[in-house]
Design a protein around this ligand. Structure first.
Ligand code: SAM
Length: 270
């Protein structure tokens, strides 16, 4: 590992503290038969702890093939681990599901920060049978995800993930725990997925993103541009949900977005 050339462009900030790695596995509540998807195996420190914690399958995706010799050596003793070298955002979701015979799996990852948000949307919008997601993120993003309405941090991601499941910030992790040391601190969040919304989350996501597209604009204005509605149509959709057309998205509770999604679905193709 000493001679490994860390690649900043891949967000390579590795962990090595075994207590922290085990704490993340505990946060994920991995039990002995769970299947686990890890995104960004790095040098395999978290992969090893995941492999020890279950007899189910552990599939770790890693973009950087130069890590292969290190991972081969580190993971040789674990027969339940497979490392797939590719860009996670380029794998067909069906191919990920097939790795687990279409059975449920948990996601555990110390995510590369430069693409944390696209990875989160990839995971939740593709109808994968995910039971829970436990991810290390930069603290600022984690704070946005757990934010409450009427705060500056509350936005599309807080609403969409809050509807997708029960979200909890389980720990803050200082930058000193990573090699090389990043410029920001991190946090771990867990999301226990509410499987009844899994099929709807793509539509919910579209509505929420539309409502927050221009934060300073009223909901009526955002709905008009996101869903090609006239002002009268936008006002009618909102009032049918008991929402003021002049309100702003950040004042709505998460359940209001479900009502809006249903009302929009009746009138437009979303
Ligand atoms: N899991 C390791 C750990 O905790 O020490 C490494 C975490 S590091 C923050 C993120 C890892 O994701 C890096 O190894 C990086 O090469 C990998 N990565 C970056 N972009 C990726 C992508 N698009 N698909 C798959 N892996 C990626």
């Amino acid at each position: 590992m000493e001679d490994f050339n860390f690649k900043k462009k891949f967000g390579q900030n590795f962990l090595s503290d075994v207590n922290l790695l085990r704490a993340i596995v505990r946060d994920a509540e991995i039990s002995e038969n769970d299947n686990v998807l890890e995104i960004g195996a790095g040098a395999g420190a978290l992969t090893v702890e995941l492999a020890k914690s279950t007899n189910g399958r552990v599939v770790a995706i890693e973009i950087d093939k130069t890590l292969q010799p290190i991972l081969n050596e580190k993971l040789a003793e674990f027969k339940n681990v497979e490392v797939v070298f590719c860009d996670v955002l380029k794998i067909a979701p069906a191919d990920i599901a097939a790795k687990f015979d279409n059975k449920p799996f948990k996601v555990v990852a110390n995510l590369p920060y430069y693409i944390s948000t696209p990875i989160i949307f990839y995971l939740i919008e593709n109808n994968l049978p995910i039971e829970s997601i436990t991810i290390m993120l930069q603290q600022e993003l984690a704070d946005r995800i757990v934010a409450r309405p009427n705060t500056k941090d509350y936005g599309a991601l807080s609403v969409i993930l809050g509807l997708y499941g029960t979200v909890l910030k389980t720990r803050d992790v200082p930058r000193t725990m990573f090699t090389p040391r990043p410029n920001v601190d991190s946090s771990v969040i867990t999301i226990k997925i509410n499987s009844s919304v899994r099929n709807d989350i793509r539509e919910i996501s579209k509505v929420v993103k539309g409502c927050f597209a221009l934060r300073r604009k009223t909901l009526a204005n955002n709905l008009m541009s996101a869903f090609s509605l006239s002002r009268d149509e936008a006002n009618e959709v909102l009032t049918s949900c008991d929402i003021s057309p002049t309100a702003r998205a950040e004042t709505l509770e998460k359940v209001d977005f479900i009502k809006l999604k249903d009302a929009l679905k009746e009138r437009t193709s979303i």
